[in-house]
Design a protein around this ligand. Structure first.
Ligand code: NAD
Length: 475
């Protein structure tokens, strides 16, 4: 067990610098864009100033990635690429403590989550894909699948390093080179990852990191030198990208929002289900695309389950993300906090019954206490829109068929959960639910061997597993 000292020592553990530069063609350089300041959402203090990219920098990075693809990486045997990926994975583990502290400072997530979930899962993703690099002929896509070329990748702020790993590891394993844009509120771990690429001796231009806001993302995905676009973020921006790429011949995968149903039947082990419900919606402050944000509970057990749930949620500790006892950290930014407040106000106005955890909330920093709405109707905004915060909407059902109908009554289709002792019901439900991932008697489990992705407005394409390779291969 690691001991974490509070700030300012945490800045030293994170090896935090005052200024960060972009990473282009193997070098750290200043971009032509307006520098941005990244803020610790737990304290509202400025962490560092970060150089950002202008259109000319996007062009330089894409050209560097193309050269690296043509001259080095696209020609390198898979077994050689694997060595670099294994090296990157090992350095991520070695620098795990530094990365975990940095991620928590920049994002606001509890240190125990960065330490036990984000960083180890990101490293695992590189280990897994290192193993594929020399075995692509066995992936089921034919004897000698080819890479696509240069990938332009744009990621959100909720799992900064993990989303980077989901994008970069498969791209590199398959022989592509990348230009990645991290989210504007969480660029730091991506820039430390760039240092790790240097440390691993990765050839220049194979990975390029361009911090900046949405305009840089737009410039990147629309650049003529990009062969493939991979985007994770909001459904609105995903649709915008899909429209702007129409007719260009670029390959596209989208990982967008969700409004997952977590369905609890009357025969479920209730204490276990309560843990799964809590994990489903309060993990990472609910900033999770596959969060179990709609609880569907069978009417006969609703009262008992709600009492247990409130008692359990009352014990969650909210506060300093750097405290290793913290369960609920900070909301990533002020705009996100405002969006959560706005949707919660709509739940009140629509007549849902709101319960808020009695936990103390710090005055400084962006925090939102765990909130549970009951008496929610399907037409309410809190039942339809992604809140992306620690807010649960509870609906009831009587029959399995009604549960399926309600669970599927959403334009999204990323994930779902089922709680029941009946194996036959699990299999039937999994078949009926229109969701890319269905968890049974657990929630929010991730593994690099399992494909992840959605249906409908949750996007298309898969990340992880054998299916995830297809996004980066010409099969
Ligand atoms: P967002 O769409 O606003 O931003 C995501 C990224 O896109 C950022 O890097 C942003 O700078 C960039 N961007 C913004 N406008 C752009 C444009 N016009 N062209 C190109 N890039 C642009 O989303 P967000 O609020 O930062 O992230 C939260 C969203 O991401 C949620 O909806 C969540 O469900 C989704 N998400 C999905 C998954 C998944 O795997 N399906 C994973 C994590 C997050």
């Amino acid at each position: 067990v690691w001991e974490y000292a509070p700030a300012p020592e945490s800045r030293a553990i994170a090896n935090l610098k005052a200024n960060y530069q972009m990473f282009v063609d193997g070098n750290f350089v200043d971009g032509e864009g307006e520098p941005l300041k990244t803020v610790n959402p737990g304290t509202e203090e400025v962490l560092a100033e970060v150089s950002t990219a202008a259109p000319s920098d996007v062009d330089k990075a894409v050209k560097a990635a193309r050269r690296a693809y043509d001259k080095v990486w696209g020609r390198m045997p898979g077994a050689e690429r694997a060595k670099y990926l294994f090296r990157i994975a090992r350095i991520m583990q070695e620098r795990g403590r530094e990365l975990a502290v940095l991620e928590t400072l920049d994002n606001g997530k509890p240190i125990k989550e960065s330490r036990d979930v984000d960083i180890p899962t990101a490293a695992a993703h590189f280990f897994h894909h290192a193993g594929w690099a020399d075995k692509l002929g066995y992936a089921g896509y034919g004897p000698d699948p080819k890479p696509l070329g240069v990938a332009g990748q744009v990621i959100p702020w909720n799992f900064p390093l993990l989303m980077l790993a989901w994008k970069i590891a498969p791209a590199l394993a398959c022989g592509n080179t990348v230009v990645l844009k991290p989210a504007e509120t969480t660029p730091l771990s991506a820039l430390v990852f760039a240092e790790i690429c240097q440390q691993a001796g990765l050839p220049a231009g194979v990975v390029n990191i361009l911090p900046g806001a949405g305009d840089v993302g737009s410039e990147l995905v629309n650049h003529g030198g990009i062969d493939k676009v991979a985007f994770t973020g909001s459904t609105d921006v995903g649709k915008l990208i899909q429209r702007s790429l129409a007719g260009t011949g670029k390959k596209l995968t989208l990982e967008l929002g969700g409004k997952a149903a977590n369905v609890v039947f009357d025969d479920a082990p209730l204490d276990q289900a309560v843990e799964g419900i809590v994990n489903g919606i309060f993990f990472n402050q609910g900033h999770v695309c596959c969060a179990g944000s709609r609880l569907l509970v069978q009417e006969s057990i609703a009262e008992e389950l709600m009492a247990k749930l409130r008692a359990r949620v009352s014990t969650l500790r909210l506060g300093d993300p750097m405290d290793k006892n913290t369960d609920i950290g900070a909301i990533n930014s002020k705009p996100q906090l405002d969006r959560i407040r706005e949707l919660v106000a709509s739940g009140d106005a629509d007549g849902a019954e709101r319960w808020t955890s009695p936990c103390p909330v710090p005055d400084k920093g962006f925090y939102f206490a765990p909130t549970v709405f009951s008496g929610v109707q399907q037409a309410m905004r809190i039942a339809r829109e992604e809140i992306f915060g620690p807010v649960l909407s509870v609906l009831t059902f009587r029959t399995p068929a009604e549960a399926v109908a309600k669970a599927n009554n959403t334009p999204y289709g990323l994930s779902a959960g089922i709680w029941t002792e009946k194996g036959s019901r699990i299999l039937w439900m999994a078949e009926q639910l229109r969701a890319g991932v269905v968890w049974a008697n657990t929630f929010n489990r991730f593994d690099p061997t399992a494909p992840f992705g959605g249906f409908g407005e949750s996007g298309f394409g898969r990340e992880g597993g054998r299916a995830g390779l297809e996004a980066y291969l010409d099969v």
